[in-house]
Design a protein. Structure first.
Length: 420
């Protein structure tokens, strides 16, 4: 599966947790599914790779009774706070924790910069974070128990984007790797060409008097789209709404460690009209671009704008991220229909897909594994079954390393490789 990332490491009677996310399902209203239970009192600490709910959404539950440190970058904690607060508003009836547990997690957070190495108290573990290139503050985690060095990639991107540098490949010797596989066997389009095609099409819509709506993930993707527009000389109005505005405000405070070009981002934000109140949405009129979550049209302010533009062929909707089967975004692209106020409606506006993934593709995996030192076992996770199998076959046949795809609840002994 892709969601619900959670990995427990045990060494010398000490336990350390890497991520603790939820599975949300593809349909609005699905209750979130938590990972297997972990006793908070048994944990020496937690480290979080990044702030998306499929990696962090269950962590506050551990702070109902736990007091362990959470080793994290500051941008990741800032974004966790945004997303978990929103999660509580939308799914609070299904959750086992409240805001006080989020605040307890924040008060127990220990901030790390990239390349910092820190000893986890009362345990054999040391941890080090490397830039993952996925979203601002996202980390690869190297954890060492004195005998073994383990790399947990979290979500990584090997391609430089407008917002982010590429991931760091400087790992040193490794004994085990736990690796994502979301786009194994897939090649992303050339990013610069995809940017040009996207901006040209957006400009065409706006020049013809239309509105170009870009439903985008609030964290990372919305700000990336803004930079793509401004750095490719788009001419016209730009509006941003929803949680994307709060995330952009956060990103504007970060230095080059966490945002590739802070000055470019600040320039882009200056020329953007930020919608900070629902009453300001009336200011969105005439031709222009509207960037707003949610990225799969599952809710958020994107629904408000979609209801205003879907019936006019001058307008267009630009999807810029993965669209899971069964979601409104998937239906829009494949059927040109949406559900509006409970009724199925035909979309007269244009509907386009442009791929600006923040995940590594097969070309990136080849670079990653060719940079590895040592003879590590590779545990492949965070992918659909055929992606897992493709990457495992590549690792064993082309790279010559042992690999496996762990199933939920399985345990593996890295010291002996006896159960691998």
């Amino acid at each position: 599966q892709v969601e619900g990332s959670a990995l427990l490491l045990q060494s010398k009677n000490s336990n350390f947790l890497l991520d603790y996310g939820v599975s949300l399902g593809n349909h609005k209203g699905d209750p979130p599914v938590f990972p297997n239970h972990v006793s908070p009192k048994s944990l020496s600490g937690i480290s979080l790779s990044h702030s998306h709910l499929d990696h962090c959404g269950a962590i506050p539950h551990l702070y109902i009774s736990g007091h362990m440190k959470c080793y994290i970058t500051k941008p990741t904690l800032d974004q966790v706070s945004l997303l978990i607060n929103d999660f509580l508003k939308l799914s609070g009836n299904y959750l086992t924790y409240e805001r006080k547990e989020l605040e307890k997690m924040k008060s127990n957070s220990h901030f790390l910069n990239f390349d910092d190495e820190v000893k986890v108290s009362n345990s054999p573990f040391t941890i080090k974070l490397l830039d993952a290139g996925h979203i601002p503050g996202s980390s690869q985690i190297i954890i060492n128990d004195g005998k073994h060095r383990i790399l947990y990639t979290g979500n990584v991107n090997s391609v430089e984007t407008r917002l982010q540098p590429a991931m760091d490949f400087n790992y040193g010797e490794l004994d085990a790797i736990v690796c994502e596989s979301t786009y194994a066997g897939t090649s992303h389009p050339d990013r610069k060409q995809e940017e040009k095609n996207f901006v040209n099409k957006v400009q065409e819509v706006v020049d013809n008097g239309g509105i170009a709506q870009v439903p985008a993930f609030a964290i990372g993707r919305s700000q990336e789209i803004l930079l793509i527009l401004t750095e490719n000389n788009y001419k016209g109005n730009i509006y941003m709404d929803g949680m994307a505005v709060k995330a952009a405000d956060l990103y504007s405070t970060y230095d080059k460690q966490f945002v590739k070009d802070p000055d470019s981002l600040k320039r882009a934000l200056k020329r953007t009209t930020m919608i900070r109140d629902s009453r300001d949405r009336n200011a969105v009129s005439g031709p222009g671009v509207i960037i707003s979550p949610a990225g799969m049209l599952g809710g958020g302010t994107a629904i408000h704008y979609l209801s205003r533009i879907y019936d006019n062929p001058k307008n267009a909707i630009f999807m810029v991220g993965f669209q899971a089967p069964g979601t409104s975004g998937y239906r829009l692209l494949n059927e040109k229909t949406i559900y509006m106020r409970g009724k199925k409606r035909k979309v007269k506006a244009g509907a386009y897909m442009f791929k600006f993934s923040s995940h590594i593709d097969q070309n990136g995996f080849e670079k990653l594994f060719k940079s590895i030192k040592g003879n590590p076992t590779v545990f492949v996770m965070h992918g659909e079954e055929h992606k897992l199998e493709y990457l495992m076959n590549y690792i064993s046949q082309e790279i010559g390393l042992k690999s496996c795809s762990p199933e939920l609840g399985n345990e593996y002994d890295i010291s002996s490789n006896s159960s691998i």
